[in-house]
Design a protein around this ligand. Structure first.
Ligand SMILES: Nc1ncnc2c1ncn2[C@@H]1O[C@H](COP(=O)(O)OP(=O)(O)OP(=O)(O)O)[C@@H](O)[C@H]1O
Ligand SMILES: [Mg+2]
Length: 269
């Protein structure tokens, strides 16, 4: 077995003095694997993603456990190392589409600066990459998107720009918190396809939080099911289906008709 790109062991997180939000989370992710994190609202999905990238904020604290990225213990990283890791080798797509963008700064400047923070290339080359990435995510007029400011774009456009910026770094691991929540169904598919393509071409690993179980089933190699800050199931879709005595997971999966075992053969034949 090769070294996992990410290994989380016994991870517990609290907010404030005693609100324990994550309890003993453990899982590992190989290079080129897509992991879907599912679970009801408030189960700790975003907290898990934020803990991995060290952006808990607001009194959030890792109490115990460890997170290793490519064999390195992330708790030993200093500010400079985090700056180079974040947005470079690990990309983050936030739940709120606008969160990653400065509201008053033009998209071109944000895009080009983000690229040049991690790559020694000219502004003109960075702009070419930006145009290409925006186009790949199905936005019609990349040039005019670059000339916009975030407040001039719709939620779905902002979400795609944020994803395009993340992908332009060719990260080894993408942490995506509901990356398609502001998108219509066909655009969602486009974005999911792009993630799948990166996995195939660049061996990119992805952790994707999603309420859309059908989307998860379509692209995820493994699924991690959370409830009240704990992992209640983890494995491939087939493994999860074979453990149908785990009632909570059954309920979630049964909510998606095409994931039922009787129908599954059709899709995965
Ligand atoms: N900054 C914070 N301060 C205090 N409590 C927080 C903070 N952020 C999250 N929580 C609490 O942690 C728990 C998990 O929240 P989290 O945002 O991780 O859930 P989630 O699974 O992502 O939910 P959703 O599906 O609604 O996005 C919730 O009870 C939430 O109230
Ligand atoms: Mg969340």
């Amino acid at each position: 077995m090769t070294q996992p790109i990410l290994e989380v062991q016994g991870l517990s997180v609290t907010y404030g003095r005693d609100t324990q939000v994550l309890k003993q989370i453990g899982f590992s992710l190989q290079r080129g694997e897509i992991l879907a994190v599912v679970g009801e609202s408030g189960s700790g999905k975003s907290t898990l993603i934020r803990a991995i990238i060290n952006l808990l904020g607001n009194g959030g604290k890792i109490n115990s456990g460890s997170i290793h990225f490519d064999g390195e213990d992330l708790s030993s990283f200093n500010t400079r190392q985090w700056r180079s890791l974040r947005g470079g080798r690990i990309a983050m797509v936030f739940q709120n589409p606008g969160a990653a963008l400065s509201p008053m700064v033009g998209i071109e400047r944000q895009f080009v600066e983000a690229i040049r923070n991690h790559k020694a290339i000219s502004k003109a080359d960075a702009k070419q990459i930006a145009l290409m990435e925006i186009e790949r995510l199905g936005m019609a007029d990349p040039q005019s998107i670059l000339q916009s400011r975030p407040w001039q774009l719709s939620g779905g456009m902002k979400q795609r720009v944020a994803i395009a910026i993340s992908l332009s770094m060719q990260p080894e691991l993408i942490l995506a918190d509901e990356p398609t929540s502001a998108l219509d169904v066909s655009t969602q598919e486009l974005v999911l396809n792009e993630l799948r393509l990166r996995k195939a071409k660049q061996n990119t690993s992805v952790i994707m939080v999603s309420h859309n179980l059908a989307a998860c089933a379509a692209i995820a190699d493994k699924i991690l099911v959370m409830k009240d800050g704990e992992v209640v199931d983890f494995g491939t879709l087939d493994q999860i289906h074979s453990r149908r005595d785990e009632c909570y997971t059954c309920e979630l999966l049964d909510a998606v008709p095409r994931l039922k075992p009787s129908n599954r053969e059709l899709k995965y034949a």
